[in-house]
Design a protein around this ligand. Structure first.
Ligand code: MG
Length: 401
């Protein structure tokens, strides 16, 4: 008999999962994983921002009676259609409702896939309850990494990364000592305009930005992957998740999106994690950890030609990556300011208010307009986030960008 690498449970009991952000693309993939493993995973709570009809369909399909909606209008619509939900459904509302679901006594794991920073409070509640936090919303660590990681340590709760690159790093680091890691390299597909000449970038439309070559994702993330702001946010996230210095986190262009990370060790050896670009792989890894089971999507087919290409990132072409790396070196609330200003600028671009190339200008202006400081508590970071949103909005409203 072969020895095992890690202790794994011999008879896996069902893990009970709460899914916050059930109607988005991460949510849909999570439901595919849960549906494929009824013997190992059970959905016990679901929440969405506003799409109550889709949420009701999910609740019926999985027999879930703990349901949450963030948006007040959606709550009202859902209350007007109780027959859409399973009998005995308890509907909770707003941020308090999502946070309550995160604390559900029957849940083992809470997967937070809420867009933006709305998931912060539910994520902290998950850790405080000592449950596993499967984290897909990267903004949470960018905004409050210091406090989220402290909360995880305090309650000895596990933080399982769901973002493909961080999940890949997590897999490569298992069984290795922290001191043995030289650096972590996250791969970036380069997004929709990877091969576009600079002149063409000036005329990019929201529709162009939403055509991602490898991944099907929401509009905000798709724009962020075209500007590489997404990779910048991921480097900041990696810094917190794995306790690394800014200079230990790097990015490399890898157009095929098959290698999700490279971890370089002290001796120069590198480990990589490979799988097709489908979120079901990292989601399943996080939900079943430390067990493994057959995946939802097919594995890589090595009977066919598989070319893997790596190119250095030109930060002149992707100024948001350069700015993100600067915020990592500065620390304090700089990463939070970067994130907030980027959210405002991307929303303005998607709304047709500013050109694509103005997104980094709004972010750079906002970073320069606010004095950085080391936050003592969460309200201090939230205040910096709010100020950054005001400054970014004022800048793009009062200037022709
Ligand atoms: Mg990613």
């Amino acid at each position: 008999m072969m020895g095992s690498f890690v202790a794994s449970s011999t008879s896996p009991s069902r893990k009970r999962v709460v899914l916050l952000g059930a109607t988005g693309s991460i949510g849909e993939n999570t439901l595919r994983v849960i549906a494929a493993h009824p013997d190992r995973l059970e959905l016990v709570g679901v929440a969405a921002r506003a799409n109550w009809e889709k949420l009701a369909a999910i609740a019926r399909r999985f027999g879930v009676r703990q349901v949450g909606l963030f948006d007040p209008a959606a709550v009202a619509a859902a209350r007007a259609h109780p027959q859409a939900f399973p009998d005995g459904t308890r509907l909770v509302e707003g941020l308090a409702g999502l946070t309550e679901l995160a604390r559900l006594p029957e849940a083992d794991t809470v997967l937070v896939a809420v867009v933006g920073t709305t998931g912060l409070e539910p994520a902290l509640a998950t850790l405080a309850a000592g449950k596993d936090l499967a984290l897909a919303s990267k903004e949470i660590l960018v905004l409050a990494g210091k406090f989220v990681m402290a909360e995880a340590r305090r309650h000895r709760a596990r933080l399982l990364p769901v973002d493909s690159e961080h999940n890949a790093v997590f897999q490569c680091l298992e069984g290795h000592r922290h001191a043995a890691v030289r650096r972590v390299v996250l791969t970036a597909s380069g997004g929709a305009f990877r091969d576009w000449p600079a002149e063409r970038l000036a005329r990019v439309t929201p529709a162009d930005a939403l055509r991602h070559p490898n991944w099907a994702m929401g509009p905000k993330v798709t724009v962020d992957s075209a500007t590489l702001a997404n990779k910048g946010l991921e480097l900041i996230e990696a810094q917190w998740l794995f306790g690394l210095r800014a200079d230990q986190c790097a990015a490399v262009l890898h157009p095929q999106s098959i290698v999700h990370c490279l971890v370089e060790f002290a001796d120069g050896a590198m480990l990589a994690q490979l799988c097709p670009p489908s979120m079901t792989f990292p989601i399943q890894h996080a939900l079943l950890h430390p067990d493994r089971a057959p995946g939802v999507d097919s594995a890589l087919d090595l009977s066919r030609l598989l070319e893997l290409e790596f190119r250095p990132v030109d930060e002149g072409r992707f100024p948001l990556l350069r700015l993100a790396r600067e915020t990592m070196r500065s620390g304090g609330v700089a990463p939070a300011i970067f994130n907030a200003a980027n959210e405002v600028a991307v929303a303005a671009f998607l709304d047709g208010q500013i050109p694509f190339l103005a997104i980094p200008r709004v972010v750079e202006h906002t970073l320069g307009a606010i004095t950085n400081f080391e936050p003592e508590d969460l309200p201090a970071v939230i205040a910096a986030d709010i100020e950054a949103r005001h400054r970014a909005q004022a800048h793009l409203t009062h200037h022709r960008l």
